[in-house]
Design a protein around this ligand. Structure first.
Ligand SMILES: Cc1cc2nc3c(=O)[nH]c(=O)nc-3n(C[C@H](O)[C@H](O)[C@H](O)COP(=O)(O)OP(=O)(O)OC[C@H]3O[C@@H](n4cnc5c(N)ncnc54)[C@H](O)[C@@H]3O)c2cc1C
Length: 441
């Protein structure tokens, strides 16, 4: 069978070759074909190399909780991953404190600690229950009190999401925003051990080559004759169950799309008006960031830091080479700088970023920067606003009734991590494999 015969015979079409698409293909038993618009697979899990420095698409640290995924990674990449104990920090009020802010107030100015502690106590003393939480700002005030909300939660999240916390529902954060007990807040305020908190106390990372090594090693297990790169989806005819990709027409029994949901929907002519209207309300923010190289070693040992104060152009920075030294030439540093401003990056942003990093004690001086390249992730953060749940529920019900399974971080239109992408691929493969032959054809 030659390539095109194999592809024509495929019953499952996978759109997008990020981790979700790769995992779907790895787990599927039915014949499949995968289309990716870039020249290589990996999606967001790719690494750029320049002058001996390596840069991911900002920090891509792998947190594995699912035993099946832990086994798969150990089996596919034996000895290639290192386990790193997280060193995450917050920089505010001129002080570097431990992550998460809410359980590590020690080191902040005494009046800030007092304000934060009183706020937590007042919030804990307030009658439980109360009015329904309408948005993320109310969630912060209810759970962390006024001080922590003012000094970290609200300004940091506003900069991360690119929209006001009043526009975001509280529903997204249960796994990602650690909720310490009062004892932990007090312990962290006086410098006692508050215990490990949060979803990411350790992470795995490839010894060499950045996160792309991980994605590429998984992708190398796939049959290359079923993969087409540098081709973009043109159109989906959901009624005829056909796709046109790179000018080629294929029939499918099931379509697994990992494209950003609006990109899929805008390529589906003849959508019902209600679905079109829901689609028009989907919101997402773009991220601009810097790949930044230093000629000497960074002057700190942390892996990443959160920066809530508006006087800095960035809200989070990270140092790849502190996690794995091979990410930069010997004695040098490779960093990412995530910018709060969503507009174009100009020279003054780069200069202020370098100065800010020096002020935080991350790099020796602004003059130590070899280069700082502006980069962009168009679809970065889905906005969980009031329309979100109604719109996504209706859209996914419509798509699945037409044998279209939209999965992955942007296919499911959600906020999640690489492990979730792998799990989503595994699960959708099981769903599609379970459909009896002939049902959808
Ligand atoms: C700033 C940022 C930091 C992150 N940090 C971490 C972290 O530290 N740890 C962690 O675990 N996760 C992290 N993540 C999340 C992680 O990147 C995602 O969960 C995961 O990579 C999503 O994989 P995916 O396959 O669902 O999507 P993607 O990687 O976006 O893959 C979708 C694929 O579809 C392709 N495509 C798009 N349009 C078309 C088209 N028209 N035709 C054909 N193909 C197309 C794209 O090129 C891409 O390859 C981070 C995400 C962001 C944005």
């Amino acid at each position: 069978m030659n390539n095109s015969e194999q592809i024509t015979a495929a019953s499952v079409v996978i759109l997008g070759g990020g981790l979700t698409g790769i995992s779907t293909a790895l787990h599927l038993k039915k014949p499949w074909v995968l289309f990716e618009k870039e020249a290589g697979l990996g999606g967001l899990a790719v690494t750029r190399k320049k002058q001996g420095y390596f840069f991911d698409r900002t920090g891509h640290w792998l947190h594995l909780r699912d035993p099946g995924m832990q086994d798969m990674v150990a089996c596919v990449l034996p000895g290639q991953m290192v386990e790193v104990e997280r060193k995450a920090r917050i920089f505010s009020h001129g002080a570097t404190t431990l992550y998460p802010f809410q359980a590590n107030l020690y080191g902040l100015p005494p009046d800030v600690i007092k304000e934060c502690l009183l706020g937590v106590i007042e919030a804990k003393l307030a009658a439980p229950g109360g009015a329904e939480l309408k948005n993320f700002e109310e969630y912060c005030l209810r759970h962390f009190g006024a001080g922590i909300s003012k000094h970290f939660m609200i300004p940091y999240n506003e900069r991360l999401w690119g929209v006001s916390p009043r526009e975001i529902t509280a529903a997204w954060c249960s796994r990602f925003v650690p909720l310490p007990k009062l004892e932990q807040v007090v312990a962290g305020a006086v410098g006692a051990d508050a215990g490990a908190l949060g979803y990411n106390a350790t992470f795995s990372y490839p010894r060499h080559g950045g996160i792309q090594t991980f994605a590429a090693t998984l992708a190398a297990r796939l049959d290359p004759s079923r993969i087409r790169t540098s081709v973009s989806l043109d159109e989906v005819d959901y009624q005829r169950r056909e796709v046109v990709v790179g000018g080629e027409l294929l029939r499918y029994s099931a379509l697994v799309s990992t494209l950003p949901l609006p990109e899929l929907l805008r390529r589906m002519p003849g959508l019902p008006k209600a679905i079109e209207s829901h689609a028009s309300r989907l919101r997402c923010t773009t991220l601009r960031y810097l790949d930044l190289a230093t000629r000497s070693r960074p002057t700190t040992d942390w892996h990443w830091a959160y920066v809530p104060e508006k006087r800095f152009p960035f809200y989070r920075v990270g140092i790849y080479s502190n996690a794995v030294a091979s990410m930069a030439p010997p004695g040098c540093g490779s960093l990412y700088v995530e910018l709060a401003d969503r507009g174009a990056v100009n020279d003054s942003v780069v200069r202020e970023s370098a100065q800010g990093l020096a002020e935080m004690g991350a790099i020796a001086s602004a003059d130590d920067v070899v280069f700082a390249d502006a980069r962009e992730i168009e679809y970065a953060y889905v906005v969980f606003d009031d329309n979100y749940y109604t719109a996504t529920r209706a859209i996914f019900a419509f798509l699945e009734s037409n044998a279209i399974y939209s999965r992955g971080r942007y296919g499911s239109w959600t906020y999640n991590a690489m492990e979730d992408a792998l799990i989503a691929g595994r699960d959708v493969a099981a769903t599609v494999d379970a459909i009896p032959e002939g049902v959808n054809s």
